[in-house]
Design a protein around this ligand. Structure first.
Ligand code: NAP
Length: 465
């Protein structure tokens, strides 16, 4: 299992041999020790990316695509071992890890196919005197910072388009879950990615090591997935070099159930929207907003399913305590617990699937991302109120709506202030679709045709006759 820094195609220790420990959240025990990069190590990684950028940009798109395709095959072949490693460092059940691996690998297959479709335009200027040529070129060296909740997929959806576009990169995985990314580095080398194109820096001194890279004039793009709080400060730092920036930040997804919804579909969708990744997903439904005529039945059927759902540990004690605190706050304000709602005894950072009703909108979980297996149910009386409630948040990543009415669905998806909407479905993530948010959920899109554009510059050439 690789545990060193990956720089210029070499595995090496951090300066002075510094290391930090990675914990298994199911037991609280140390799982591995990995290199703890210094500022100089971070700079060495950027040096390596900058050194090969021009050569890499000149490679044939088909060759770049083939590397991604091979990496897709290797990841798929190694699903079992990667899933074990991911579960050990992150805590989600093995079945969830396998789902993530299939999803994460698919970004490589998708962008392998996009690499050969980068193109431009040729047109005649309106006055007929010149010709206008438009071409796409790689943005240049990128810095990628990823969170712990999807240790593979949050990386592949940045690495895939960057490789396809011809960009080099430094990637920094979350220090809670660095092992999957290190394994991915090994896979990329095996798939034939030239030395220096992808460099991996693991560190506990995150802000200190990242900031000089963001302020380095050789860096051309910053792409970040994580909390809105950290994202805001990185946007400020990136202003200095006027970097291209993509931000995939927090969410507070509403899950709307209208009076004409098919309740079977709604309960099944609710399970997916809430329990994927044990609720530790930016796309997790955070507020269940249900028509008053259905609320009781929906909540009791949903609670029955939640009570049977597999339980896993949350990523760390801090995360588990935050979830418990939000539930206690709702309970103090009158919420009724249908299932779960208490921290269990024993080792590990477990929290049970929980459904709450009678939650007032003053409860903290109305505005704050829960990031755990907790579902508060709220009620509404008419469609305008439902939309107002759904949009009453600083976030705008995703929303889910269940209705059997075609025209209601159109009005709802047009009225929601979110980058993504699931109609009668509880999962929207799809490598062939543009993933991303509005408002404090960030900007930029990952996946789909749009995903590669984030890594390309448009250049126009005027040709005189
Ligand atoms: P986080 O604390 O913001 O951390 C995310 C990444 O940023 C980690 O690699 C972290 O490194 C790094 N980081 C922390 N402080 C930094 C700094 N000062 N400078 C540079 N990098 C810094 O978020 P998290 O708790 O890991 O992840 C959960 C959040 O991510 C949630 O809000 C969730 O909604 C969001 N998320 C969004 C999406 C999306 O696509 N919109 C997807 C997944 C998650 P360390 O680990 O070393 O601290």
């Amino acid at each position: 299992m690789p545990n060193q820094l990956f720089i210029a195609g070499q595995w090496r220790d951090a300066e002075g041999g510094a290391t930090f420990e990675v914990e298994n959240p199911a037991t609280g025990e140390t799982l591995a020790t990995v290199a703890d990069a210094s500022v100089a190590d971070g700079k060495a990684a950027l040096d390596a990316a900058v050194a090969v950028q021009d050569d890499w940009a000149r490679t044939a798109p088909r060759d770049r695509g083939e590397i991604l395709r091979r990496a897709f095959e290797i990841i798929t072949d190694r699903t079992d071992e990667l899933a074990e490693q991911m579960t050990a460092e992150m805590g989600k059940p093995i079945s969830e890890s396998k789902t993530e691996i299939a999803y994460g690998a698919e970004f490589f297959r998708w962008f392998a196919e996009e690499a050969v479709r980068i193109s431009g335009r040729y047109s005649v200027a309106p006055n007929g005197a010149t010709r206008l040529l438009t071409l796409k070129q790689p943005v240049g060296p990128c810095l990628m910072i990823t969170p712990w909740n999807f240790p593979l997929a949050m990386g592949t959806r940045k690495i895939g388009p960057a490789v396809a576009a011809g960009c080099t990169m430094v990637i920094k995985p979350a220090s809670l879950t660095p092992l999957t990314m290190l394994s991915l580095g090994e896979i990329m080398a095996e798939a034939g990615l030239p030395a220096g194109v992808l460099n991996i820096v693991t560190t506990k001194s995150t802000g200190k090591v990242m900031e000089p890279l963001i302020r380095d004039p050789r860096l051309r793009k910053l792409t970040f997935t994580g909390s809105t709080e950290v994202g805001r400060s990185l946007i400020e730092q990136s202003a200095e070099q006027v970097l291209r920036v993509s931000m995939e930040l927090g969410g507070n997804a509403p899950f709307l159930v209208f009076e004409d919804a098919d309740l079977d579909k709604a309960v099944e969708g609710a399970m997916l929207a809430k329990m994927r990744n044990l609720g530790e997903a930016c796309t997790a439904a955070n507020r269940f907003i249900v028509h008053e005529s259905l609320a009781e039945e929906f909540a009791s059927r949903f609670a029955a399913k939640m009570a049977e759902a597999p339980v896993g540990p949350l990523v760390e004690a801090k995360q588990r305590d935050k979830v418990a605190e939000l539930v206690d706050d709702a309970k103090e304000q009158g919420a009724k617990v249908l299932t779960g709602g208490e921290v269990p005894e024993g080792a590990g950072y477990f929290y049970p699937p929980t459904v709450l009703t009678h939650v007032p909108q003053q409860a903290r979980m109305w505005q704050e991302e829960i990031f755990g297996p907790v579902a508060p149910v709220f009620t509404f009386t008419d469609d305008d109120e439902a939309l107002r409630m759904a949009n009453d948040t600083e976030f705008g990543l995703v929303a889910y709506a269940f209705t059997e009415s075609y025209s209601r669905a159109i009005k709802v998806y047009e009225g929601l202030h979110t980058g993504m909407v699931g109609i009668n479905q509880g999962v929207v993530s799809n490598p062939s679709a543009p993933f991303g948010g509005m408002k404090s959920s960030g900007f930029g899109r990952e996946g789909g045709d749009e995903g590669i554009e984030e890594y390309l510059e448009t250049k126009y050439v005027g040709l005189a006759l």
